[in-house]
Write a protein that binds this ligand. Structure first.
Ligand SMILES: Nc1nc2c(c(=O)[nH]1)N[C@H]1C(S)=C(S)[C@@H](COP(=O)(O)OP(=O)(O)OC[C@H]3O[C@@H](n4cnc5c(=O)[nH]c(N)nc54)[C@H](O)[C@@H]3O)O[C@H]1N2
Ligand SMILES: Nc1nc2c(c(=O)[nH]1)N[C@H]1C(S)=C(S)[C@@H](COP(=O)(O)OP(=O)(O)OC[C@H]3O[C@@H](n4cnc5c(=O)[nH]c(N)nc54)[C@H](O)[C@@H]3O)O[C@H]1N2
Ligand code: SF4
Ligand SMILES: [Mo]
Length: 703
């Protein structure tokens, strides 16, 4: 077929960061391909990259700014898109700027809560956090990473002083031994899963899967440790116990590169595999075998996802894995490492660029005076050194009236936060809600002003994938209607707010391209210093840290040292603090993903993918179905202490006994009506994988 254009860019869905070619006819993507010779995917794409980019020309794309019709009544309840009227850019921007300036003058910067966007570019996010910090003087900046790898970040920071994935995707096909835990890799990082499977099938690599569900990766595993949800610390500590008792640890590595071993190893005595069997349900012999396979390998890597992070024990879970890697010296070499698989296409970049409450771009602390001075000099303004609130803390502060204004760049908190009835109540108290998105999503129901943004296929800039590879995106066609590129919307809003606040200093928002924005950031963040758009254009992606133009980038970290110096062993105790099933709510609800859909479905449910998988299916174990008289295909009500949803059952051996798994993607079955808001004390991440629920037969399905 002859295309009008073939545009090489980066997939907008997951953190693998596949290089993709958009085949364009009549200003629409009609198919996609993938270049054979480019990392990270070398010609491979999953269903979303192949078939899921058609959302870009869906008729419901936002094309004009929208203003809530009853904006002056001061009421906030959900209204559909009919509750809004189209407005010119001038009117909408002026109104938004008036309202923001009014709040600032009355209540100061702390009255704002701002959300960055892990789907938008590094340049969009850099400018957005600059707007929050420099114009609004608040560090209340966060994004969906808080609901995602926050606990991996907290745990790895404690152990190593760095939180990014340590090793590269390119190493995966040559793995020797690897553990996949709390990651349903075939559905959530599909192209990575093909490299992992290749390692097993072609090289005889040994895979150990540690997951309560019998996910597809178990078909390739030598061992599947099917533990009870929420018992990871017991399991990993018991593996460490086996390694210490059998003297299978790496003495050289421990002596030269770590600290805290004595205390840590003493505390492990009680964590025997026999004890762990009682807590986790995993046979002690399997725990021993897993420990031996991992410890005896020359190189071994661990990959993990939300099963580890989204937990009240998420930070401890991560630390228990980091302890194992330090014990065996499986760090700092190819084929080893501690690898949290990052979720969104640019969640790595959204954190790197400063979409976090305690850090400027490049993880530079907002409370460090020298760093503050550096940013003040570059941005020509005064900054606030008080770390801001996290996503869920901003929601709490909205509920209590401390925050009155939310400014949301491409997120959908009213699908993605836990206990949505509480979250909606918090939203309803806000004075101003301003959003920038490509679609009218569930959160938009509560907005006052919505700005229409360009999608990934209509702009340039960069995304940073899961292995820290910065890659270009390129425009394939114009934005629909009057939609604009995110950074231009932020720029125009910032300039208008600054002028209303009579800022004398130069505003620092005078950019004429995404590449100029990158350059400003690279001046402030030394690990980005050697990366520029023109270099990426010539070379393809570059892994940061890359401090100089002649530096080739860093595929794997920690070859000589850790950012905190020595790797730290941390003593852990077992906490079991999740919501426990009761006689009234006897099932554990586990929530997560399926291959064909993305989060709240804003994009994939507007794609041909929705025809393949049109509704939520809740997996339950055949024995549970039999016990409770439930059938495959039956529609049931699932209720927790917080809410109820209706869902069709799929009886499947994938779910362990006592667990019901419901995907997060469907607005007809909003699973976060059910989830609870218990949070990890350090990372503040919610316990998305464990809520107590009951399954109720609907009367119509009994007749
Ligand atoms: N198709 C698709 N792909 C995606 C996304 C999407 O929405 N759709 N989202 C992206 C994003 S942002 C992210 S963060 C990633 C997430 O990627 P994953 O982390 O792979 O996604 P989840 O479906 O949340 O699966 C987590 C796994 O944890 C297991 N689990 C549940 N409880 C526990 C436990 O207590 N311990 C352990 N060890 N495991 C447990 C589940 O059985 C499941 O296999 O996916 C990314 N990729
Ligand atoms: N129960 C439960 N809840 C969960 C999870 C779970 O496992 N279980 N997982 C959590 C995790 S890991 C994550 S990451 C969060 C995800 O939570 P969110 O980030 O809130 O979810 P998305 O649906 O990805 O929202 C992205 C929004 O960005 C918009 N968008 C896309 N491209 C662009 C663009 O270029 N510019 C702009 N401005 N907007 C754009 C989309 O239309 C959409 O509205 O959900 C969390 N919630
Ligand atoms: S694996 Fe991820 S980046 Fe690659 S095509 Fe699929 S969704 Fe896109
Ligand atoms: Mo995520």
């Amino acid at each position: 077929m002859k295309f009008d254009r073939i545009v090489r860019t980066t997939c907008p869905y997951c953190g693998v960061g596949c290089q993709i070619e958009l085949n364009v006819i009549d200003e629409k993507i009609i198919s996609t391909g993938a270049p054979e010779n480019s990392a990270p995917n070398f010609g491979r794409l999953c269903a979303k990259g192949r078939f899921g980019t058609d959302f870009t020309h869906h008729h419901s794309r936002l094309k004009m700014p929208l203003i809530r019709k009853d904006i002056d009544k001061g009421l906030r309840f959900p209204v559909g898109v009919e509750g809004f009227r189209e407005a010119s850019w001038d009117e909408a921007l002026n109104l938004a700027a008036d309202r923001i300036a009014e709040t600032y003058k009355k209540s100061g910067g702390e009255a704002f809560g701002t959300f960055c966007c892990a789907k938008a570019t590094n340049e969009d996010n850099y400018l957005f956090q600059k707007f929050a910090r420099s114009t609004l003087k608040t560090n209340n900046v966060d994004h969906c990473a808080r609901l995602c790898h926050a606990a991996s970040v907290a745990g790895l920071q404690k152990a190593l002083g760095s939180s990014a994935m340590s090793n590269s995707i390119a190493e995966m096909k040559d793995l020797e031994v690897f553990i996949v835990t709390g990651s349903n890799t075939t559905e959530t990082h599909p192209v990575i899963s093909t490299f992992m499977r290749e390692a097993v099938v072609k090289n005889g690599a040994k895979l150990i899967v540690i997951d309560p569900r019998k996910i597809e990766m178990t078909n390739f595993a030598v061992l599947h440790l099917q533990h009870k949800p929420g018992t990871d610390v017991a399991l990993f500590q018991a593996m460490a116990n086996v390694i210490i008792k059998g003297k299978l640890y790496n003495t050289n590595f421990i002596n030269s590169r770590t600290e805290g071993f004595e205390l840590y190893s003493k505390n492990l005595d009680k964590f025997t595999p026999e004890w762990a069997e009682i807590i986790t349900g995993v046979p002690s012999d399997d725990i021993k075998e897993a420990a031996e396979i991992y410890a005896k390998a020359n190189t071994a890597a661990v990959y993990w996802g939300m099963g580890i992070s989204q937990s009240v024990h998420g930070t401890d879970n991560t630390i228990s894995i980091a302890n194992l890697a330090l014990l065996c010296g499986h760090l700092g070499r190819s084929g080893t490492g501690l690898n949290p698989l990052r979720g969104q296409n640019n969640v790595q970049g959204c954190s790197d660029t400063g979409g976090l409450p305690a850090y400027y771009s490049g993880y530079q602390s907002v409370s460090d005076n020298e760093i503050k001075l550096k940013f003040e000099a570059k941005w020509n303004t005064h900054l606030n050194n008080k770390p801001g609130l996290t996503t869920l803390e901003m929601s709490d502060a909205a509920g209590s009236g401390l925050i009155t204004d939310f400014i949301i760049l491409g997120e959908n908190p009213l699908m993605s936060e836990p206990d949505l009835n509480a979250a909606r109540h918090h939203f309803s108290k806000l004075k101003n809600v301003i959003m920038i998105d490509i679609f009218f999503n569930e959160s938009a129901e509560y907005a006052d002003i919505i700005f229409p943004a360009a999608s990934f296929a209509e702009k340039d800039g960069t995304f940073t994938n899961s292995d820290r590879r910065v890659q270009l995106i390129r425009p394939a066609f114009d934005t629909p209607g009057e939609a604009k590129v995110d950074w231009k919307i932020i720029q125009e809003l910032a300039l208008k707010v600054e002028s209303r606040l009579d800022r004398k200093e130069s505003s620092g928002f005078e950019f004429s391209s995404a590449s100029e924005i990158w350059d400003e950031m690279a001046e402030l963040v030394s690990p980005f210093g050697g990366i520029s758009h023109s270099r990426l254009e010539k070379e393809g992606g570059v892994h940061w840290p890359c401090p100089l133009e002649n530096h080739s980038g860093t595929p794997y970290l920690f070859s000589d040292t850790f950012p905190r110096g020595k790797g730290l062993f941390n003593v852990l105790e077992l906490r079991l603090e999740s919501e426990q099933p009761t006689s009234e709510y006897p099932y554990i609800l586990s929530t997560g993903r399926i291959l064909y859909h993305w989060h709240g479905g804003t994009m994939t449910r507007r794609s041909v993918l929705d025809k393949i998988y049109p509704k939520a299916l809740a997996e339950i174990n055949p024995e549970d179905a039999e016990k409770d008289g439930l059938q495959d295909g039956q529609t049931v009500t699932v209720s927790s202490l917080r809410g109820s949803v209706s869902v069709e059952l799929k009886v499947s051996g994938r779910s362990p006994k006592g667990v019901i798994f419901i995907p997060i993607h469907f607005s007809e079955t909003i699973v976060n009506e059910l989830t609870n808001d218990l949070r990890d004390p350090v990372a503040k991440i919610p316990d998305f994988k464990i809520s107590a629920v009951k399954i109720i037969q609907q009367s119509s399905s009994l007749t």
